[in-house]
Design a protein around this ligand. Structure first.
Ligand SMILES: [Zn+2]
Length: 259
């Protein structure tokens, strides 16, 4: 594929399904619902080659069976640990998978679920990360199956990607995440500016996603567990002084869950 386009397909209340395509062939990430995907493919006259699955939750895999009926050769690519029974090609950290003419590398990112993986598409111009429910703009996924340490380690791996990496997460949670982020970093000027930009986008019914790693490093409390302003505010919230970064990460996650 000489070039590719990444299109947003909205699903349910606040899910994003990502479609990577050229003029003829598409790859879809986390199709929780088949209906909007089939409509998009038909409107754009696209054949569906593969579905990439980040984790087993129904709002990420619920459309795969119907898509497989419409596209009998559909490749369903995901983790060998997946509790979703429809994975046909298993991939794990270190693997690369070619789909739709693009090469995606795989990173294990347990935490939100134990089977969670992320896909990285790199080309000459840029790096694109499809991270499901691991890293959100100004937030991260809840810990349904994994530990805070696992999620912290997973986010560390994502932080090692190039700063200009475009981040395609699976939910529009940005504004509510920003409210929490502002409670921990009320004096962060980048955060205030980003909050204003995102508020305006949502008022105009625009997506705040993709975000970029460089932006998230400035404003996402889950990537800033050593920020002195956050450490101060955690103590105000009665989290005692925590010397280990991963313990501070766990405290931030706990505070968000109880916000
Ligand atoms: Zn999930």
């Amino acid at each position: 594929m000489a070039h590719c386009t990444i299109s947003t397909i909205s699903a349910f209340r606040d899910n994003y399904i990502w479609c990577i395509h050229d003029d003829s062939t598409a790859v879809i990430v986390d199709p929780g619902d088949a209906t909007p995907v089939l409509r998009f493919l038909e409107d754009n006259n696209l054949d569906l080659e593969a579905a990439l699955v980040t984790h087993h939750h129904p709002d990420h895999v619920g459309g795969i069976q119907t898509l497989g009926t419409n596209f009998p050769n559909l490749r369903v690519i995901g983790s060998p640990e997946s509790r979703f029974g429809g994975i046909k090609e298993q991939v794990r950290e270190g693997d690369s998978v070619i789909a739709g003419g693009n090469s995606f590398s795989v990173i294990d990112v347990p935490g939100h679920t134990l089977d969670h993986i992320a896909f990285v598409l790199s080309n000459e111009e840029s790096t694109h990360l499809f991270c499901g429910d691991t890293l959100f703009s100004a937030g991260c996924g809840r810990l349904f199956e994994g530990t805070a340490k696992q999620m912290h380690d997973s986010l560390r791996k994502l932080q090692n990607l190039p700063a200009e990496t475009q981040i395609y997460c699976a939910h529009e949670y940005t504004l509510s995440n920003l409210d929490f982020a502002l409670s921990l970093m009320p004096n962060n000027k980048d955060l205030q500016d980003y909050h204003n930009q995102c508020t305006l986008k949502r008022e105009n019914n625009e997506s705040t996603i993709p975000t970029t790693l460089s932006q998230e490093l400035k404003i996402n409390p889950f990537l800033r567990e050593s920020d002195p302003e956050i450490i101060d505010n955690l103590q105000t919230l009665n989290y005692k002084a925590l010397s280990e970064a991963e313990d501070r990460f766990a405290a931030i996650r706990h505070a968000k869950d109880n916000a």
